[in-house]
Design a protein around this ligand. Structure first.
Ligand code: SF4
Length: 464
């Protein structure tokens, strides 16, 4: 049974803040530079010796984009220089050949994702070469068990490209839509035609893609509830299988391109809350299931079914249906999660390239988790993915007495229970419909790295 969700503006106002999205625990800011290439190699060796071999998820970061979207906060390089992209691809292929032999050959690749930047800034031939290199060096699971996805900028593909992507092995796509309104698109420097997106979507369906995701953003310049309602009408008419609804965070001091946004055109926090409410209620009204954090899916989609069956998981790629995989990241800034370790590649192109060209993994920081991290990571996963924590399950798995081990954390929960975010029961805790849009607030109570403050003072999930 899907978990129900209630939008409570007062609670969202009260608990709003900025903070971890928990695609990992500990989160990336806690990685340290004492973890480098030797530690990554050791972690891979250890993971091969695990008595129950884990399958693999592969991620490759393609950092290039053709033009800057003004809202963007990604690690990307704006260029149309074909030589630069070819050089990057060649280094990426070397990285694959460098890391793949470290993994036992019988470990199957069940998941693969290309993110960016703009993965389709590479040509079809280049993407095909990349996939062929992965296939030569890793053992792909049978086709029906693969979850192979790519993020696409719809401005730079056509229906024929979609056919190529399917042929070279992708079965899921994510389209960056953000907003269909021309004035909003003008204000964010991302003009894209609705008919073109419809054509691409049709091509995805014709070519048998299992799922299509739309990325939307609320809080953008020039957005108001009328224009965003029209965007949601269009989205509802197209009915993508998944929708990611992100909040725009205006931080021009961190992301230079955002300086091009005229702040007076941004919706204020109350208007932004209204946009968020409009989108959540409309998507749920259209039959979408709220998965958690920013994600919605049709009930027939694998993500919704995984939520029902308790198989939903969260990692650096967001929500996934693949539990128990090791994630191997390729490319500039990519993060790996191998056994009990996290490893991150150099974030700048010259450093990443220099490492790979000299035959060394490009890991520049990471973390080996300790026992307490692993217990907390599982509690946070349970909150973010299943919306409940069963104390007995944790006691059995980790040999702890949950109420003793987490005495301080549990002491802080009655306030959240009184506000209707969760129910604290004898056997565990359960996220209530009013708490579903505030999962991070609940998860943060179990984060040992956050300063211990009363919950309303902890900087958390920025919605507004
Ligand atoms: S939003 Fe996407 S396409 Fe636009 S600049 Fe950022 S990474 Fe590139």
């Amino acid at each position: 049974m899907s978990l129900s969700t209630v939008f409570d503006p007062e609670l969202i106002r009260r608990y709003d803040g900025v903070g971890p999205r928990y695609t990992s625990y500990p989160t990336a800011p806690h990685f340290n530079n004492r973890f480098g290439a030797p530690e990554l190699v050791k972690a891979i060796k250890e993971s091969n010796e695990d008595p129950i071999p884990r399958s693999l998820s592969l991620y490759a970061h393609i950092p290039f984009c053709f033009s800057p979207c003004f809202y963007c906060g990604c690690n990307r390089i704006i260029t149309r220089d074909a030589d630069k992209k070819q050089a990057y691809l060649e280094t990426l292929l070397k990285e694959i050949r460098l890391l793949a032999p470290l993994f036992d050959r019988d470990r199957e690749v069940v998941q693969l994702h290309l993110g960016g930047g703009t993965p389709n800034s590479l040509t079809g031939a280049q993407l095909s070469e990349l996939m062929a290199e992965f296939r030569r060096n890793f053992h792909f699971a049978p086709e029906r068990e693969r979850d192979f996805s790519i993020e696409i900028d719809p401005r730079t593909v056509d229906a024929a490209d979609i056919g190529t992507l399917r042929e070279i092995g992708f079965n899921r796509v994510s389209l960056g839509i953000q907003d269909f309104d021309p004035q909003v698109q003008q204000a964010i420097n991302r003009l894209q035609d609705t008919d073109r997106i419809r054509t691409i979507l049709d091509a995805c369906r014709r070519h048998g893609f299992q799922s299509v995701n739309f990325d939307l953003i609320y809080g953008l310049p020039m957005q108001n509830t009328e224009t965003f309602a029209a965007t949601l009408d269009t989205v509802a008419g197209m009915r993508p299988d998944r929708i990611a609804l992100y909040s725009y965070a205006h931080m021009p001091e961190l992301f230079k391109a955002q300086n091009k946004i005229n702040v007076v055109t941004l919706p204020d926090p109350e208007r932004k809350l209204a946009l968020f409410q409009l989108a959540v209620e409309r998507l749920i009204g259209e039959g979408y299931v709220y998965i958690g954090m920013d994600h919605f899916a049709l009930p027939s989609d694998e993500l919704s079914r995984a939520q029902d069956s308790g198989d939903l998981h969260r990692n650096f790629m967001g929500y996934t249906t693949r539990k128990q995989t090791d994630l191997v990241g390729f490319g500039v800034s990519a993060i790996s999660q191998i056994a009990d370790c996290y490893a991150q590649n150099a974030k700048d192109l010259p450093t990443w390239t220099a490492h790979i060209e000299s035959g060394r993994p490009a890991t520049v920081k990471g973390l080996r988790t300790h026992a307490d991290d692993r217990i907390r990571a599982e509690v946070i996963q349970a909150i973010m993915c299943q919306g409940r924590v069963d104390f007995a399950e944790f006691e059995q798995r980790f040999g702890i007495v949950f109420r003793d081990y987490f005495a301080a954390e549990l002491d802080g929960l009655p306030a959240l229970a009184e506000d209707g975010l969760l129910a604290l029961e004898d056997r565990g805790l359960r996220v209530l419909p009013r708490g579903r849009l505030l999962l991070r607030v609940i998860a943060a109570r179990f984060d040992a790295y956050l300063p211990k403050k009363p919950v309303q003072q902890i900087p958390l999930s920025k919605v507004l």
